[in-house]
Ligand binder design. Structure first.
Ligand code: G3P
Length: 218
């Protein structure tokens, strides 16, 4: 399973790119709105200069023509741009038209395996089931990921399953166990998942012992 960062903040992207584990970026209008003073194009181009992998940029149109127009514009910014459209009939229609032009899409706001099936049939490159937002309303968000992975495998559908709306480190493990191709993770959750107190304690002890050892050798 690949790790994407779910952010439009350049500092966060630079930091995780440094770790050597980052394969792509997802953004959405809420995340993008934190970049006051920059244009959408500026931010996507800057991200593309840091990360060599798919970068999702989300459309805001509700009609198919609007999504296709936005998608063509985004795709011209960089070859790694993937156009995000919502899980709606208009969204699937946009996926089909953009796919026919060779433009990759990420179908977002997916809350059911049926929506995931339809996105794949339309030719989506990525489907994004939202795990945390389903958990928020007492549904099992990860079950949609499991069901989608099973359906895609069984019917040989090549669309990549991206677990989105990841809220805590255990979601990352569960997404990997469910067979998701990608998990997109907010910076804070990735930091939480990266740290372990026993690693820090172990480093401290090793350094202290090494200090004693090298002192005795002088
Ligand atoms: O990028 C889409 C998704 O990951 C948003 O997550 O936490 O706002 O539900 P969240």
């Amino acid at each position: 399973m690949r790790i994407f960062l779910d952010t439009a903040m350049i500092d966060e992207i630079r930091e995780v790119a440094r770790w050597g584990i980052l394969s792509g970026i997802t953004t959405n209008p809420t995340l993008m709105s934190k970049n006051a003073g920059k244009t959408h194009e500026d931010v996507i181009r800057e991200i593309a200069s840091i990360v060599d992998g798919p970068i999702s940029a989300e459309t805001i149109s509700l009609d198919t023509d609007g999504m296709v127009t936005e998608g063509r514009r985004f795709a011209a910014w960089h070859p790694n741009v993937v156009v995000k459209v919502p899980s709606t009939p208009n969204g699937w229609a946009a996926v089909k038209r953009l796919a026919d032009e060779g433009i990759r899409t990420n179908v977002t706001l997916c809350f059911s395996a049926n929506q995931a099936l339809f996105a794949a049939l339309a030719g989506a490159y990525i489907i994004s089931p939202f795990v945390g937002r389903l958990d928020d309303i007492s549904e099992d968000g990860m079950q949609v990921v499991r069901d989608t992975v099973e359906i895609y495998r069984q019917h040989h559908l090549p669309t990549l399953v991206l677990a989105a709306s990841i809220r805590h480190p255990l979601h990352i493990i569960a997404a990997a166990q469910a067979g998701a191709d990608i998990a997109t993770v907010p910076f804070k959750v990735l930091e939480q998942a990266a740290k372990h107190p026993l690693t820090d304690k172990g480093i401290e002890t090793f350094l202290k012992d090494w200090e004693k050892f090298s002192h005795e050798q002088r």
